[in-house]
Design a protein around this ligand. Structure first.
Ligand code: PLP
Length: 403
């Protein structure tokens, strides 16, 4: 360089014209940051209880894993059609449709590596620069990321703790305007565990029909429910034609690392999303898809047992949290997260998460990792052993008593 400066890696792109608007404001998921810190403590010999990561603690069910291994041994290791194996698309159409009481054609199903492509690619296909997208705050961080990458305008709407973390419908109505193009729903929710009640879904569906809006309904936790089924907005009159359902195998079948998910959407949109898959990931691993086929067609007992175990753990963790003076936690109806309110401690959620890691050896996420409205809360994943959850509650109680 002219003045003899050394070129640092982060300056290189700037020197070459800088990063695109599209990626400049992307940030990592909060869990990675906390995990790295927790691992540094572990390397120094501390025992950390991990409640920060959102994935099943159990391995992939044996019969599913065996199907994947058999597929590899049989040479099922080649490209498939970008939208997925016809047999898997047909099985998903039947299974996901039956569970929601709707009729789904295989041509409406797009299989991808995880559920995330079923969020990202329909958004890329539909959102034009300046289009506004409503999504939950606190909510899964990918929602804001995908809207930004598509050039859209994020329009976060707060969830209300006193409405079981459903949308604040007054603010929802205020946010709707002529630039609104899509509404994102996530029920059961990450990070709150809340399930949206039917009247709230009906309110949103009415607005979507009146204003001709798309709804992207992330239902990845649909089968992780403990007290009642989570209704799907796609089942409401007039909604299937404007709804993109996102679901997958990661959570219910403990297959996070296999990367398998799907979207269900009107056929014309499915064709566009298939093209995006063709030109980005190509296709989902052949043997992963065959393992997924076995997951759907095989016995559902293991999944049901896991849900029963999560319910027991939820009850134990929430009781443990509510026994801590000044903490209060609603009973989450779904997913595997508790979202206690810790605002009475008078510290930020981020400060408290750091404090609990350092003082109690318990890794949790601050609610603000999911949006500004997550302040005053922590997210704890209870896909963990009962012993660990009880020990974590006790350790957190002791550390918080010091404040
Ligand atoms: N949607 C939500 C709400 C999630 O919590 C997750 C994973 O944490 C996903 C989507 C992504 O799932 P997958 O790992 O199958 O891509």
């Amino acid at each position: 360089m002219e003045n003899g400066e050394t070129i640092m890696p982060d300056q290189t792109a700037r020197g070459l014209g800088g990063f695109s608007e599209r990626v400049r404001e992307l940030t990592p998921e909060g869990a990675y940051h906390v995990l790295a810190k927790a691992q540094a403590f572990e390397a120094a010999g501390r025992r950390i209880i991990h409640l920060e990561i959102g994935q099943p603690d159990a391995p992939t069910f044996e019969h599913i894993a065996r199907a994947g291994v058999r597929a590899i041994e049989a040479g099922e290791t080649r490209y498939t059609a970008a939208a997925g194996l016809p047999a898997l698309r047909a099985a998903i159409a039947e299974d996901a449709g039956r569970r929601r009481g709707i009729s789904v054609q295989p041509s409406q199903v797009v299989v991808g590596p995880g559920a995330k492509p079923a969020l990202f690619f329909p958004t890329l296909a539909l959102i034009r620069p300046g289009d506004e997208v409503i999504f939950p705050d606190p909510g899964f961080p990918t929602y804001e990321a995908m809207v930004r990458v598509a050039g859209g305008v994020p329009a976060p709407v707060p969830l209300r703790e006193d409405h079981d973390f459903s949308y604040d419908l007054e603010i929802f109505d205020q946010k709707l305007n002529r630039r609104t193009r899509m509404i994102v729903l996530n029920s059961p929710s990450n990070p709150t565990g809340g399930v949206m009640p039917l009247p709230a879904l009906e309110h949103i569906a009415k607005a979507a029909v009146e204003r001709d809006l798309w709804v992207l309904s992330d239902e990845i936790y649909a089968r992780l429910v403990y007290d009642a089924p989570a209704p799907s907005i796609a089942s409401l009159p007039g909604m299937q034609e404007r709804t993109i359902l996102c679901d997958g195998f990661s959570k219910i079948y403990a297959m996070t690392g296999w990367r398998l998910g799907f979207g269900i959407m009107p056929e014309a949109l499915a064709e566009r999303v298939e093209l995006l898959l063709t030109h980005s990931v190509g296709s989902t691993a052949n043997f992963t898809q065959l393992a997924g086929l076995q997951a759907i067609r095989g016995p559902q007992g293991p999944a049901e047992e896991v849900v029963a175990r999560y319910r027991e753990r939820r009850d134990a963790l929430v009781a443990g949290l509510n026994a801590i003076p000044r903490a209060r936690c609603r009973l989450p109806q779904g997913a595997f997260y508790a979202f206690p309110n810790v605002s009475a401690f008078g510290r930020s959620a981020e400060w408290l998460a750091d404090y609990l890691l350092e003082e109690a050896g318990v890794a949790v996420l601050p609610g603000t990792a999911f949006g500004l409205n997550g302040e005053g809360h922590l997210r704890l994943c209870y896909a963990n052993s009962l012993e660990n959850l009880q020990e974590a509650s006790a350790r957190m109680g002791e550390a918080l008593a010091e404040l």
